[in-house]
Design a protein around this ligand. Structure first.
Ligand code: CP
Length: 338
């Protein structure tokens, strides 16, 4: 695809070569994200960071990614403080904000809302999550992390075994990641969820039609055997019409040190898009794994900055100009990246 000026709405837009291109540019961003060098390639550009649903890492990492390339960020952090509460349409909001910005990231609770917003926008729009539908930049950073983690274990994405665990019905990160993995070869998916929270049937059918193996189960301990990666998800309480229903499922599938050691291969990578629900009745990914070398959750969040910098650089067509304005950082920094 031609990234220049493109909206990024769904992982279905990508061919495998597009993913490779994003990853290659992301690799080049490392000295900037790791505070070795400073670039001003987007000096004067403005990101409209429009979040109409709660977020910590997507909103902040998109903002940091833009700042690290020298650009400025203007943002909303919820619906309550935007004029959408006064009845303003997505169309009008998009027309207005796209006059103020060079690129927009948007998160909104409704499926299809970001695509609708993008149609009215005068500048490129990146989907930061539209309800339970998609989260394409998360899928890219997840896959980038998987690639790096497996590479360090002499494995590749093609042929890998991945278990996805939890609320696979409402989890937009697993929807986007599995559809991105569709582009690779011979993946074995073990989908571990309660019967009622299974992966949407159309996604499962697409994966099977592409030749991937898909096993659906509610037996977590058996499902954890023989995987290169285990990808846990939170019960998405905010997507349930009856919030009490979420209580039925919360805490049902948990990974802790004992369960990991009993069931997983010693090299299995542990991932989670975060936030994990660390309340006692949930705790799908226990703190007792925090020091485990295979826990990749904070490498995922660090990689998110690289991938989001790459998306901005490609969309705004500066990927080959980033180094031209580079200079060493002028402040004290300590290395804190793995
Ligand atoms: N992974 C993710 O989307 O996290 P936030 O909701 O904090 O942005």
């Amino acid at each position: 695809m031609d990234f220049r000026g493109a909206h990024i709405i769904s992982v279905k837009q990508f061919e495998r070569a597009d993913v490779d291109q994003v990853f290659q540019v992301a690799d080049n961003m490392e000295p900037y994200a790791h505070r070795e060098k400073v670039s001003k390639v987007l000096d004067g550009a403005i990101l409209g960071n429009m979040f109409f649903e709660p977020s910590t890492r997507t909103r902040v990492s998109f903002g940091c990614a833009f700042n690290l390339l020298g650009g400025d960020v203007r943002e909303t952090t919820d619906v309550k403080t935007s004029s959408i509460t006064k009845g303003e349409s997505l169309y009008d909001t998009a027309r207005v904000i796209s006059g103020y910005s060079d690129v927009i990231v948007m998160r909104h609770p409704q499926v299809g809302s970001v695509a609708e917003f993008a149609k009215a926008s005068r500048v490129p729009v990146i989907n930061g999550g539209d309800g339970p539908n998609e989260h394409p930049s998360q899928a890219l950073l997840d896959l980038y992390t998987i690639k790096k983690e497996l590479h360090s274990r002499q494995r590749a994405i093609d042929g890998m075994h991945i278990a996805m665990v939890g609320d696979l019905k409402h989890g937009r990160t697993v929807h986007s990641l599995s559809q991105l993995l569709f582009l690779y070869k011979d993946i074995k998916f073990t989908l571990i969820s309660p019967e009622e929270l299974r992966m949407p049937t159309e996604i499962v059918a697409e994966l099977k039609a592409a030749g991937h193996v898909v096993i659906e189960t509610d037996d977590m301990e058996t499902g954890l055997h023989d995987n290169d990666t285990v990808y846990l998800t939170r019960i998405q309480e905010e997507r349930f019409t009856n919030k009490l229903e979420a209580d039925i499922y919360r805490g049902r599938f948990r990974l802790n040190q004992a369960i990991y050691t009993r069931n997983c291969q010693p090299n299995t990578v542990i991932m989670h898009p975060l936030p994990r629900d660390s309340r006692e009745d949930a705790n799908e990914l226990d703190n007792d794994l925090n020091q485990h070398p295979n826990l990749a959750i904070f490498r995922q969040t660090d990689n998110g900055v690289l991938v989001r910098m790459a998306l901005f650089a490609l969309i705004l067509d500066v990927a080959d100009k980033v180094d031209l304005s580079a200079k060493p950082v002028g402040w004290y920094t300590e290395s804190r990246f793995e």
